[in-house]
Design a protein around this ligand. Structure first.
Ligand code: ZN
Length: 111
């Protein structure tokens, strides 16, 4: 599908033609530029990957909270160690995913 970018706010519109006005900032149709097929494909691909990162971050945040409860519960040293490791790894991977999304935005892998 063709994509149009609002040159005022960056909103990406999917459609055969630019919208009458930007759904985000209200700029008129003339402010939209058609993206090249290459750029449109990159955005399409990136939407999936970015959505997966967001889902991962959401689940890892839940893992971190569960693990934190286990650390505080502290039934015995082995349990505490497992929960502490789970929290550490969940936090690390979530932060890597955030960093990756941030770099995607900088490279136009977003929209
Ligand atoms: Zn706009």
């Amino acid at each position: 599908m063709q994509k149009w970018k609002c040159t005022v706010c960056g909103f990406i519109f999917d459609g055969d033609a630019a919208p009458e006005k930007c759904p985000n900032c209200g700029a008129p149709k003339e402010k939209f530029e058609k993206l090249s097929d290459e750029k449109a494909q990159l955005i399409e691909r990136s939407r999936l990957s970015n959505a997966l990162h967001v889902k991962l971050i959401t689940l890892l945040t839940e893992v971190s909270e569960i693990a934190d409860k286990g650390v505080k519960d502290n039934l015995d040293p082995r349990c505490r160690e497992i929960f502490a490791q789970a929290k550490e790894m969940a936090d690390l991977i979530a932060q890597r995913s955030r960093t990756e999304i941030q770099s995607h935005i900088g490279k136009g892998k977003w929209g």
